[in-house]
Design a protein around this ligand. Structure first.
Ligand SMILES: [Zn+2]
Length: 872
């Protein structure tokens, strides 16, 4: 009789030989021959002056998928410019065969509400550690994408115990290129300049169509399709336990930074997160030293409170979100560095000398792409190795983090945030809710009216975001007032504030101008889970036609689409029955089908207009809009503004230097936008190499045709354009250019102030808007603006013609700060944020705050949009 519990004699002898446990597994996983990167690409990854293009990389991953059972290649969809965005899943063939089950197990552990501990333990035993790593988000930082092909090959071809342990215990979600378009742009530029004196320079244009380097500032707003793919992988489909984003940094410090972050950290993540960063970081750094790789730095340079980019937002998704930063070479060209050029001076690295977190300084010499690939590959491998060796701990801690954050949210204050239905701009509030859903935040909607804190009543359709959910920390920062720390971690020894990595707050609700009420108790009422936003507007015909609410940003999109269809529109300047200043009026004769299609597509309502206002309206005229674009790596503010105009269907023309210099602009344009920039970048009057200037590469690092600048001719042409009736909209720093070069009697009151006196890095400030001025139509009387380092505030200098200047937005007398960090509010108090200045027959609109910042500040988009519509 065969007893299944008793091994047969044959098996016992095999066991005695020590073969049984190893051989069948090796046979099961024995891979066929896998093509090496060298063979496929014709060079070793990271070889001097060699860079693989993204289309070849895609072909390589597809080939690996045909050759190996250890990989699954998922095409997430097209990038902004139509290149495939890949997710490469690497694990054992057995795991890949049940991948969706493993994903479900992982999601359940990541939100364990309602599970008994015994059930969690079963899931932990069944599940696999999930680790995500992404490469070369910043496209000139090519090490990650080049390294990834070799990392994949190693994982698919190696047969040693360490590799098999990783494959058995980890589902590795590799995003081999976060920015496929940029990879091609950088590759093509590198090939074009190879062998010339410009070899190794960055491309002269943005390396993502709209965002360039800002693409990692998009993780919480997810404006870009690449961000949405990444959000789907990280925030809703998988929720991995660890995430590493591989970057490059400057060339003259440590060779590679690895986790953990330095202080300060952003509070409210589960404490295990910060311990996990140290845990992974120690293993990574240890493995780098074991491999004899020098120049490894950790717990320094990058602080735990950064912008809400992917590696800094993930801790609030209960994911150990981490970063590596390698010293840059010149794209794929080696760079020589003299020993005394190596410097400390970064956070927690005061001098370029040995210290516990930097025990093996690199001595200088040639620095090659291969050196970067070596270090990044060890860091990527070590992350997988640690997760594989500690699979059950990693999964159990994922459960603990989610459970404890939910409990913390339930016990703390506020207990929830309410997003009321009656908003100044309801469609924008809906967009906020949609963006929260992309983050995987749980939202409820009220079926019936309810009463909240202090007797405040809310109507049906209000949204409720409870803090008793695993992502409570994320909810807290996107919706709640935030103060950046001001302490010894954030100030130099002499008291000078240290610039935060980017913004000092990421309060999405404030940026979007959406009212969100924190409440200390979860309101009682009838709520249901809300999981999809679908706004369809209503079309109600009145005797006198229709009204579109001018307070809605999407009213402008509706107007643009209707102008495209040749419809005539009017805009109200005065209140009348059923009409507010700034509202748009469509005549009764307009084809209803056209209105219905707009209402369906974008959600705006066309309300019935009973009687046409007798006076106080004007015809809406489409204006010819031009926007200046430069080289020198491109201007991110220009890219974002271009994106924003396209989102709201504003037609525009990109103006390069020659278009401006040739003059006669008034015959071709009505409005010219100058995106945020320095005067030197706009004019092209760049300081010589090595003599600084505000950012940007030295003038001689680009071929002549890319050394852009409008020059004196361009300045004269712009000034003539305004004097002959044109409107120039000068955004942010371009206001300084306009003030100086057009001789406007306007002073930037914060210019040149030492940081100890005045400092406001990426904060939301209270402002007042003159809603009687057409430039502020549709704005609330009071609201919030985003102010960044480099933003301006204005004072009009007394002249005999003060009537030529209008203040559109200004700061109140006190209590300016809503979120972020503000030192020296007295310098801003009562000063102007936005000014319109007459110049001849035209005008210059100076916008000191960031009114369309990264297409994130929905609350102030209208201050730009209003300048882009004319009157008949
Ligand atoms: Zn980077």
């Amino acid at each position: 009789m065969n007893s299944p519990a008793r091994p047969s004699r044959l098996v016992v002898s095999a066991l005695a030989l020590g073969l049984l446990l190893v051989t069948p597994r090796l046979l099961a996983q024995a891979p066929g021959p896998v093509t090496t990167p060298e063979k496929f690409f014709g060079f070793q990854m990271g070889a001097d002056r060699k860079m693989a293009r993204w289309d070849r990389m895609v072909a390589y991953y597809q080939q690996l998928a045909r050759e190996s059972g250890r990989v699954k290649v998922v095409d997430m969809g097209p990038s902004t410019e139509g290149n495939p965005f890949l997710l490469v899943v690497i694990s054992s063939p057995a795991n890949l065969a049940k991948l969706d089950r493993l994903r479900q197990v992982n999601l359940r552990i990541s939100d364990p509400r309602g599970l008994a501990e015994a059930e969690v333990k079963k899931l932990v035993a069944e599940g696999k550690a999930v680790v995500c790593q992404s490469m070369s988000l910043h496209a000139t930082e090519i090490g990650g994408t080049q390294m990834a092909a070799e990392l994949a090959f190693d994982l698919l071809s190696r047969q040693d115990e360490e590799t098999l342990r990783i494959l058995d215990n980890v589902v590795f979600l590799m995003v081999p290129c976060f920015n496929p378009d940029g990879e091609n742009i950088v590759h093509d530029w590198y090939q074009k300049t190879l062998g010339t004196e410009f070899e190794g320079s960055g491309p002269p244009v943005l390396y993502q169509k709209y965002t360039g380097h800002d693409n990692n500032r998009d993780a919480f707003m997810t404006n870009m399709v690449e961000s949405r793919y990444m959000a789907k992988i990280l925030f809703t489909d998988w929720i991995p336990q660890a995430y590493v984003d591989h970057h490059h940094m400057g060339s003259y410090g440590a060779r590679i930074y690895v986790p953990p972050y330095a202080d300060p950290v952003r509070p409210m993540a589960d404490p295990l997160i910060w311990r996990e960063h140290s845990w992974y970081g120690a293993h990574i750094a240890y493995k780098e030293e074991e491999a004899g790789l020098s120049g490894v730095l950790n717990m320094a340079q990058y602080s735990g409170w950064g912008h809400f980019g992917f590696h800094w937002i993930t801790p609030f998704h209960n994911i150990a979100g981490m970063l590596t930063e390698s010293a840059s070479a010149k794209i794929a060209t080696p760079m020589f560095i003299l020993p005394d050029q190596l410097q400390g001076g970064a956070r927690n690295l005061p001098a370029y000398e040995e210290q516990t977190t930097f025990p093996n300084p690199w001595p200088g010499g040639w620095w090659r792409l291969r050196d970067i690939v070596d270090r990044q590959k060890v860091s990527a491998w070590a992350t997988l190795d640690l997760a594989a060796r500690n699979k059950e701990t990693v999964l159990w801690n994922a459960y603990l983090k989610a459970k404890r954050q939910t409990e913390r949210g339930a016990a703390g204050k506020p207990a929830a945030y309410v997003i009321p239905a009656g908003q100044h701009d309801p469609l924008t509030a809906t967009k906020l809710v949609a963006k929260l859903l992309v983050q995987g935040v749980e939202i409820r909607t009220a079926e019936k009216p309810f009463v909240g804190q202090n007797g405040v009543s809310y109507s049906a359709g209000a949204f409720l975001v409870p803090m008793a959910q695993p992502k409570m920390g994320l909810v807290r920062y996107l919706l709640g007032r935030t103060f950046y720390p001001d302490n010894t971690y954030t100030r130099d020894r002499d008291g000078t504030p240290i610039r935060p990595y980017d913004m000092a707050t990421d309060t999405m609700a404030e940026f979007m101008g959406v009212r969100v009420d924190p409440v200390d108790q979860v309101p009682q009422g009838e709520f249901r889970k809300f999981d999809a936003v679908r706004s369809v507007g209503k079309v109600e015909k009145g005797v006198a036609g229709y009204v579109i609410d001018g307070r809605e940003n999407d009213a402008f999109k509706a107007v643009n689409l209707l102008l495209d269809k040749g419809l005539a529109l009017r805009r109200a300047d005065k209140a009348a029955p059923g009409v507010n200043p700034g509202d748009f009026i469509v005549s009764a004769g307009a084809p209803e089908a056209a209105l219905s299609s707009v209402a369906t597509d974008i959600g705006v309502d066309f309300k019935a207009l009973a009687a046409e206002p007798k006076s106080g309206t004007h015809g809406v005229k489409r204006l010819r809009v031009g926007m200046y674009q430069r080289y020198w790596g491109g201007n991110m503010d220009e890219g974002w503004t271009r994106f924003l105009l396209e989102q709201f269907a504003f037609p525009y023309t990109t103006l390069m230097d020659a278009d401006i210099k040739k003059g006669g602009l008034e015959t071709r344009f009505d409005v010219i936008i100058l995106p945020d920039d320095s005067t030197a970048m706009i004019t092209g009057e760049r300081p010589p190499a090595g003599q600084g200037g505000r950012g940007g590469p030295s003038p001689d690092s680009y071929p002549l045709e890319y050394r852009s600048g409008i020059g004196a001719d361009g300045v004269a042409a712009l000034k003539a354009f305004a004097q002959k009736g044109g409107t120039i909209v000068a955004l942010g720093g371009a206001s300084t250019f306009a003030i100086e070069r057009f001789g406007l009697p306007v002073r930037n009151v914060v210019a040149g102030r030492p940081a100890k006196e005045f400092f406001c890095p990426g904060s939301t400030l209270h402002a007042k808007f003159d809603t009687t001025n057409p430039l502020a139509y549709g704005m609330p009387a009071e609201g919030l603006v985003v102010f960044m380092g480099g933003s301006l505030a204005f004072e009009i200098q007394p002249t005999d013609f003060n009537e030529r200047y209008q203040i559109i937005a200004s700061y109140p007398e006190r209590d300016l700060l809503q979120s972020g960090w503000l030192i020296g509010e007295e310098f801003l108090a009562k000063k102007a944020a936005m000014v319109s200045a007459k110049l001849g027959d035209g005008r210059v609109v100076l916008v000191g705050h960031r009114t369309q910042h990264r297409a994130q500040t929905h609350g102030t988009f209208k201050l730009l949009f209003n300048a882009l519509l004319g009157r008949n």
